[in-house]
Design a protein around this ligand. Structure first.
Ligand SMILES: *Cc1c(COP(=O)(O)O)cnc(C)c1O
Length: 466
């Protein structure tokens, strides 16, 4: 039974609106189990029912607006309920909603594959579709292993990942992730990757340049490959920004050095651009900043502009050819998902690429990113901020208990949660990763809206550290 709230003639319109939120939240909590959530938190943390989106804004049942400072988990590029994408989807829904993708194909997937090959780094020629980021990572891991098996290198069974990495939540993707919060519990179920120390510039020695950290970490990777390349299928990395690991950033020279090492030691390079692809770091793909082409590139999140789940793994012609044989050779990649190549999702992706084609998105982002940097600059001197870092449209502020020693606030204190709650009260969706407050807004924000996000964050930080 829904709890009935007393409503008399004296009750304001505001109270009735608040009831709309409360009633949806109550119904939600009766049956829904939310992702990445200790549901018990909702005894004190409000569940926010969103009924409408409009550009960078989310609007709750009560009519309150929240600026989506994190692009709804890094997916949204061109605003909520984007009219171009919505119109394309409506047309597609009335034309072809779905068709089996084995033995059958459709024009939207064909055009999307052609265009992805065109815009991604040279050498990536084949596209395998899946439904979400984690599934794309599974595909890349399986394909890499299977490629070596088909090449009579069945002894290659391991993967190298970076410390602090995140590649998703399914067992394979979680296996190559190193965020303890998500991984630790399931460790007995997982593959054991070889971990190489991250080139994360925050972990550098005092005064050490990001480029120098990268060089030092490449040497550690070389040592690891020297010992383990014979049993290693691939190295998997998040190019330039380790997002879920706390928006940790590194110098592009690490990627070019890693590309050379992977060639030298004969292992694949998997670039997980699920979060950083589609303009986030200032270039269309982060790999471009190091002029490297990986052997596998995983794309999702922004691929559909944040409207529908879809992912793609791009790989090279010679990888494809290692699977291409007479059927009874048993070399085929028999992986599938029911909704592979879903026409609606592909259509949303195509319209997203059309927006990149028709509008000066990257130029506009450069201006927005420098505005964001200018607004965050004063935080460098904040007594509880150890680092302010940015790659294009991702900026992060590292809160610490002690600036000189960079001693972190204990995780149990949940300082970031206070910033989150402060944001909700002040019309901004900020969702810190532990003690890291970050900004990853949709590309349709304007400078005034960036100011709003930063102002709310600064006040929220003041509340969080007291
Ligand atoms: C989000 C993310 C994933 C997982 O994608 P899902 O669609 O959430 O499964 C994988 N890799 C990176 C780098 C991500 O940020």
């Amino acid at each position: 039974m829904l709890e009935q709230h007393p409503r008399g003639p004296d009750h304001s319109r505001m109270t009735q609106q608040a009831d709309a939120n409360a009633s949806l939240a109550q119904r939600d909590l009766r049956h829904i189990w939310h992702p990445c959530t200790q549901m018990h938190d909702h005894q004190v943390v409000p569940m926010v029912p969103i009924v409408r989106g409009e550009g960078p804004w989310l609007i709750d049942a009560n009519g309150r607006r929240y600026l989506d400072g994190i692009s709804s988990w890094w997916t949204n590029l061109f605003g909520h309920a984007n009219p171009r994408i919505a119109a394309a989807l409506a047309e597609q829904a009335n034309t072809l909603e779905h068709v089996i993708f084995a033995g059958f194909t459709h024009p939207v997937a064909i055009e999307l594959a052609e265009r992805l090959v065109k815009i991604t780094p040279q050498g990536l020629e084949k596209v395998f579709f899946a439904d979400n980021g984690s599934a794309a990572v599974e595909v890349a891991l399986k394909m890499s292993f299977h490629y070596w098996l088909n090449q009579r290198h069945g002894e290659k069974t391991r993967f190298i990942a970076l410390t602090g990495s995140y590649h998703g939540e399914t067992l394979g993707a979680l296996s190559v992730s190193d965020v303890a919060l998500y991984r630790k519990t399931y460790a007995p179920l997982l593959l054991t990757p070889l971990l190489a120390p991250s080139p994360d510039a925050y972990e550098g020695e005092p005064g050490e340049s990001p480029e120098h950290v990268a060089t030092r970490r490449l040497e550690a990777m070389r040592v690891l490959l020297e010992r383990h390349a014979h049993e290693t299928c691939a190295v998997i990395v998040e190019p330039l920004v380790q997002c879920a690991g706390g928006m940790r950033m590194y110098h592009p020279s690490y990627l070019s050095g890693l590309r050379a090492l992977c060639n030298q030691y004969n292992v694949h390079l998997i670039a997980d651009e699920i979060a950083v692809g589609f303009g986030r770091t200032g270039t269309l793909f982060a790999c471009e900043q190091a002029s490297v082409a990986p052997d596998f590139m995983c794309l999702s999140k922004g691929l559909t502009g944040g409207t529908l789940p879809l992912s793609a793994v791009l790989t090279r012609q010679h990888v494809y050819e290692a699977f291409y044989a007479e059927y009874n050779a048993g070399k085929a990649f028999l992986h599938s998902h029911s909704y592979t190549g879903n026409p609606l999702a592909c259509r949303a992706a195509l319209e997203t690429l059309n927006i990149f084609r028709d509008e000066p998105v990257l130029e506009r982002n450069r201006a927005l990113a420098s505005h964001l940097a200018a607004r965050l600059a004063p935080l460098h001197d904040h007594p509880n901020v150890a680092d302010v870092r940015q790659h294009g449209m991702i900026a992060a502020v590292e809160l610490v208990a002690d600036k000189a020693t960079r001693r972190a606030f204990p995780a149990e204190e949940r300082r970031g949660l206070r910033v989150y709650l402060h944001g909700l009260e002040h019309g901004a969706l900020l969702r810190p990763l532990g003690n890291v407050i970050y900004f990853m807004p949709p590309y349709v924000v304007n400078e005034g809206q960036i100011d709003h996000l930063v102002d709310v964050a600064i006040d929220g930080i003041a509340r969080a550290i007291t």
